[in-house]
Write a protein that binds this ligand. Structure first.
Ligand code: TYM
Length: 338
């Protein structure tokens, strides 16, 4: 069976970019009988970006509820919190010791953090934590712990996948025989046709740009409010519009069939007003996520149920991770004396 694995940082609530780029394709794929899926809350990763314990605690619950509300079936999927699998940080250390520092120097996320610190007149060595610097190794450990074949992620994670392959190759080279490598090479699968969902202003939809459409938080009202802020030109109703001039159409396309998209674009070219177009977009998104939002709210009121599901997920994950880690520990020389 093909193994599919993906994770989401628990630093806040999710936006429709996370849904379109990772959650929706991952859940769709998990229904395929030929796949074995592993979906998790990257809550150890979250500590890198967020030192607010209350926010971390709430976000893990919100993101767990989001996955379940979006249709994840815990009977089919191994669904867990990263921090419930102690084998992952141990593997992280084995991989840290076999990975060159130079490899991590190249990471976009690290380089961006350095640039940001310099631009703000701060010392990057004080600003950038070791957690951030080593972020891609922990992510490699997440993936390699379960020898995932495919990792459905948005385009922004492609470099991390490339790094996971480099980390795996190096470890295999040091400790395995070419005939029997420990790790197979994971590949990123876009899942969706859209590589990166743009936000309200056309840049990548991202919390850090403050340009997101929230997935569930704030309900329909917050959805409408965000959509009303999508940047368009100032053409009036009746004037022909260029459908490629705004992220509104790209977002619409992510929720529509090809035929529906073509019809929508044609109406814009024929003069549909931006106000009406925004209303159509809100209705389109809500038709898909509205029922999920109702389930999300129900789930958020029953944290003990989610806890139970995740404990069971951790048990299933560890049944795989514990023996595999033991094998790796042996390989590096950490084995019993007898
Ligand atoms: P994170 O938490 O930033 O984002 C979660 C997922 O959402 C995708 N995404 C998008 N996709 C399309 N358009 C967008 N505008 C957009 N914004 C976010 C991300 O690509 C991601 O798939 N490092 C990961 C978390 C992680 C992980 C892993 C993923 C930790 N360990 C192991 C896969 C496998 C991250 O920061 O995702």
């Amino acid at each position: 069976k093909k193994r599919v694995l993906t994770g989401i940082n628990t630093t806040g609530t999710l936006h429709i970019g996370n849904y379109v780029g990772a959650i929706r394709p991952a859940i769709r794929d998990s229904r395929n009988p030929d796949t074995e899926s592993f979906f998790f809350m990257a809550d150890l990763h979250a500590l890198i970006k967020c030192q607010d314990p209350a926010r971390i605690a709430r976000s893990r619950l919100q993101i767990a509820a989001t996955w379940l509300a979006a249709g994840l079936d815990p009977e089919r999927v191994v669904f867990y919190r990263q921090s419930d699998i102690p084998e992952i940080p141990t593997l992280n250390w084995l991989l840290t010791c076999s990975t060159g520092k130079g490899q991590m120097n190249r990471a976009h996320a690290y380089k961006a953090a350095v640039d940001q610190a310099v631009a703000a007149g701060r010392d990057p060595d004080a600003d950038v934590s070791m957690g951030l610097f080593c972020y891609p190794i922990l992510m490699a450990a997440d993936i390699l712990m379960f020898n995932a074949d495919e990792v459905p992620v948005g385009h922004d994670q492609l470099q991390h996948l490339e790094m996971a392959r480099d980390v795996a190759t190096r470890f295999n080279f040091l400790y395995a025989t070419p005939e029997k490598p420990f790790f197979s090479m994971p590949v990123a699968t876009g899942g969706s046709e859209i590589e990166v969902l743009p936000g309200l202003d056309g840049r990548k939809m991202s919390k850090s740009y403050n340009n997101v459409i929230p997935l569930f938080e704030g309900g329909r009202k917050a959805l409408d409010e965000a959509i009303s802020r999508i940047v368009t030109d100032s053409r009036l109703p009746g004037e022909p519009k260029d459908p490629d001039s705004t992220s509104l159409t790209v977002i619409y396309d992510a929720f529509a069939t090809k035929e529906e998209s073509e019809a929508f674009h044609a109406e814009l070219r024929a003069g549909l007003g931006w106000g009406e177009a925004k209303k159509r977009l809100a209705d389109k998104i809500d038709a898909e996520i509205g029922p999920m939002r109702a389930r999300y709210e129900e789930l958020m009121a029953r944290p003990e149920e989610i806890e139970k599901i995740l404990q069971e997920g951790a048990r299933k994950a560890r049944a795989i991770a514990t023996p595999f880690l033991a094998e790796l520990m042996q390989a590096v020389g950490l084995k019993s004396f007898t």
